[in-house]
Design a protein around this ligand. Structure first.
Ligand SMILES: CC(C)(COP(=O)(O)OP(=O)(O)OC[C@H]1O[C@@H](n2cnc3c(N)ncnc32)[C@H](O)[C@@H]1OP(=O)(O)O)[C@@H](O)C(=O)NCCC(=O)NCCS
Length: 156
């Protein structure tokens, strides 16, 4: 098994970090450019918004190559997970679930236990595996079908 085929999320957890440099922020934007702008055809003016400089960004990289990204924002009692992406050639190896776990743990360290997201509709089962549940009706964001999904881990 080469290092692109690693399937162990525990092992892959240490590939993630909270962005704390311009270099890492550029890598995050490159991943998002590849995945959301090039692959999913999200317009640049929607992909990049006014929250970029205040949000907390997560980067996943292997051997200096940026492979995954995510963004966290803290809104009242809620941690909102956004812009979760894994580059196509690195998918189905556990990185997607691992970056969600990492983001949830980052939020927990900041004492957030209510999580929400606008989930692309095709991924509801993927996020349900982390505890998220659909709230409300299907809606469009960047012309892509989404559901609001929420998880209050202290209500269980
Ligand atoms: C969603 C995404 C981050 C998952 O990354 P990944 O590294 O492939 O994730 P993993 O290897 O941990 O797991 C793969 C999961 O994706 C699911 N998946 C992949 N393609 C899918 C599809 N077309 N329809 C439904 N589920 C799909 C698999 O079923 C699997 O879920 P499971 O393990 O719960 O069965 C990645 O596919 C991606 O970047 N997609 C494009 C961007 C995007 O849609 N981001 C989400 C915005 S809300």
């Amino acid at each position: 098994m080469n290092n692109l085929q690693e399937k162990d999320p525990a092992k892959s957890a240490n590939i993630f970090k909270i962005v704390d440099s311009l270099d890492d922020l550029i890598k995050v934007f490159i991943v998002r450019g590849i995945v959301f702008i090039a692959e999913q055809k999200v317009p640049y003016r929607i992909e990049m918004d006014e929250h970029e400089l205040s949000a907390l960004h997560i980067l996943g990289e292997r051997d200096g190559e940026p492979i995954a990204a995510g963004r966290l924002r803290f809104l009242g009692d809620w941690a909102k997970l956004e812009r979760i992406a894994v580059r196509k050639e690195y998918r189905n190896r556990g990185y997607g679930h691992a970056i969600v776990d990492y983001m949830l743990n980052v939020a927990r360290t900041k004492r957030y236990h209510k999580f929400k997201m606008h989930a692309q509709a095709y991924l509801c089962d993927f996020y349900a595996r982390h505890g998220f549940q659909i709230r409300g009706e299907l809606f469009k964001e960047a012309d892509i079908d989404h559901y609001l999904m929420v998880w209050d881990e202290e209500s269980h």
